[in-house]
Design a protein around this ligand. Structure first.
Ligand code: NDP
Length: 480
């Protein structure tokens, strides 16, 4: 069985312990490769490789760094079909989705930051006849990047690209649940001519490798995307060492639908914002809030459409809903469906595991699930389920919609459907979230600030925000 390798100092190598653990194919429920069970010592080795590489990479002309990253983007494009296959196999997501979204976005992440660094300028502050200040933005050193399993290569590259473009060395840990495409990327890095030690990819459990990244004193910056509890754990270790932290955490996002919306467009997009990637996107609108006048019409149409979604083999082009990522995660989602019932919720559609035939008979498939009749304060409406499960709630006034939307500890994104421009602006101003989509969902411009408020995170990714995060600002004051 294939053994995934760590990528340290430009070499593909086994973990120091020699130990591996199983990597599963969610659509078949079976093991198909082995993951290095790395430890602190592997991270330490990666730190040493980064320390060796940093003096060269950090002073390399930006144009040269950019050229290498552009070459890497080209190689992702060249290998896109193979990477999409690997992503679908490792994660359970429909191959079509990996081809249309995950891999193209991984490529554009690298391409975008390879270009952005060439346009990144720092500030100057003139004090009339007294002095002039200019700000230097310099690479910081070694960055730790920890990413989740839901959009594996997409989110992995979203972190490493700005960190590398800004001249840092990176030690990255993909989720142990979906390590494969990061492994493939390490081979492409060699081909692109990335100098040894500039990017190191260390695989293994979050509790060992992730913790080692948080603890290692030479890793000065941590960029993390994942669950809120894990984010809190990382912060508790890293903050006393004054590490720079960017935390992109969970969400419980409202999808707010007013009577005056474009119903057909709203319905089409709401199908995606509810169930794309089996609902395993931090930005999915898992709480659907509908104004009373169209509640029944929406419910009927939404349930009908949801029942038409095809659950099946991710490799089949006709599949809409693939497998969820792991057996543990499947059981967690099912336990939330049970909780919803205990809390008095009515299941309008779905709610069960799906057993397919043939090769997929042991796969982890779930029906897309719609629940109504629950109060906003119950656990089902407060906790992140991160699966193909949405709840419906109705509201009458704008104020009520706002209160429901803002009534959780999370604040990642909100979606708003209305034809009333003034209301759209008012709501956008007052929603407690880092991102507001009006009459659309997941429309992304990589230059915009990306991140959440409240328990959804600290800091912003994207565009120059990311380049600022991955550089140290130094003000130089010249007396005139
Ligand atoms: P986790 O928090 O479980 O894991 C995220 C990453 O952290 C993984 O690589 C994991 O490793 C690692 N990790 C686990 N424990 C530790 C630890 N103690 N120290 C350091 N690292 C650790 O999240 P999931 O992978 O389950 O991802 C789903 C979550 O991510 C959801 O809450 C979702 O909302 C959030 N998310 C947020 C996004 C955003 O932009 N705000 C985008 C996408 C997802 P391993 O898997 O090997 O345990």
């Amino acid at each position: 069985m294939e053994k995934i390798q760590n990528y340290i100092g430009g070499k593909l190598i086994p973990p120091i312990s020699g130990a591996y653990f199983d990597n599963y194919e969610p659509a078949k429920g079976k093991v198909y490769s082995q993951i290095p069970d790395s430890e602190y010592s592997d991270i330490d080795l990666a730190v040493k490789a980064s320390q060796k590489a940093f003096p060269i990479w950090s002073i390399m002309e930006k144009q040269k760094r950019s050229d290498i990253l552009l070459k890497l983007a080209d190689l992702i494009l060249k290998n896109a079909d193979q990477l999409a296959l690997e992503e679908s196999r490792d994660n359970g997501k429909p191959l079509k989705l990996a081809k249309q979204v995950d891999i193209p976005r991984a490529e554009s992440n690298i391409r975008f930051f390879a270009s952005a660094i060439l346009h990144f300028a720092s500030e100057s502050h003139s004090m009339e006849n007294t002095a002039i200040n200019y700000t230097l933005r310099q690479p910081i050193g070694i960055v730790g990047a920890i990413s989740p399993w839901n959009l594996p290569l997409y989110l992995f590259t979203w972190k490493i690209a700005p960190a590398l473009a800004a001249g840092n060395c990176v030690i990255a840990k993909p989720s142990e649940i979906t390590p494969y495409t990061a492994y493939s990327l390490s081979k492409l890095c060699k081909e692109a001519g990335l100098p040894d030690g500039v990017l190191n990819i260390v695989h293994g459990h979050g509790s060992k490798v992730g913790e080692a990244i948080s603890k290692h004193p030479e890793i000065k910056v941590i960029s993390f995307t994942g669950g809120t509890q894990t984010g809190a754990r990382i912060a508790s270790i890293a903050a006393p060492m004054f590490k720079k932290l960017s935390l992109e955490l969970g969400g419980k996002n409202p999808n707010i639908i007013f009577d005056d919306c474009d119903f057909d467009e709203m319905l089409k997009v709401t199908m995606r914002s509810s169930f794309a990637n089996q609902g395993q996107i931090c930005l999915c609108g898992s709480r659907i809030l509908i104004q009373k006048g169209i509640y029944e019409a929406f419910k009927k149409a939404f349930v009908e459409r949801t029942k038409q979604l095809r659950i099946g083999d991710p490799m089949n082009e006709k599949t809409n809903i693939g497998a969820v990522v792991s057996e543990i995660h499947m059981n967690k989602i099912l336990s939330y469906v049970e909780l919803a019932k205990e809390e008095g919720g009515k299941i309008l559609s779905g709610g069960n595991r799906v057993i397919l035939e043939g090769e997929n008979k042991n796969g982890w498939f779930l029906e897309p699930t719609i629940i109504e009749g629950l109060d906003n304060s119950c656990r089902t409406n407060q906790e992140e389920i991160f699966g193909p499960v949405v709840t419906l709630q109705s509201f009458e006034t704008e104020a009520e919609a706002l209160s429901l939307a803002n009534g959780t500890e999370y604040g990642l994104s909100s979606t708003l459907w209305t034809s009333d421009l003034k209301r759209a602006h008012r709501m956008a101003q007052n929603l407690h979230s880092g991102i507001v989509w009006i009459n659309c969902w997941l429309v992304r411009d990589l230059r915009t600030p990306f991140g959440g408020t409240k328990n959804s995170g600290v800091g912003r990714e994207g565009g120059f925000e990311a380049l600022q995060f991955f550089t140290e600002a130094k003000n130089v004051c010249i007396y005139l």
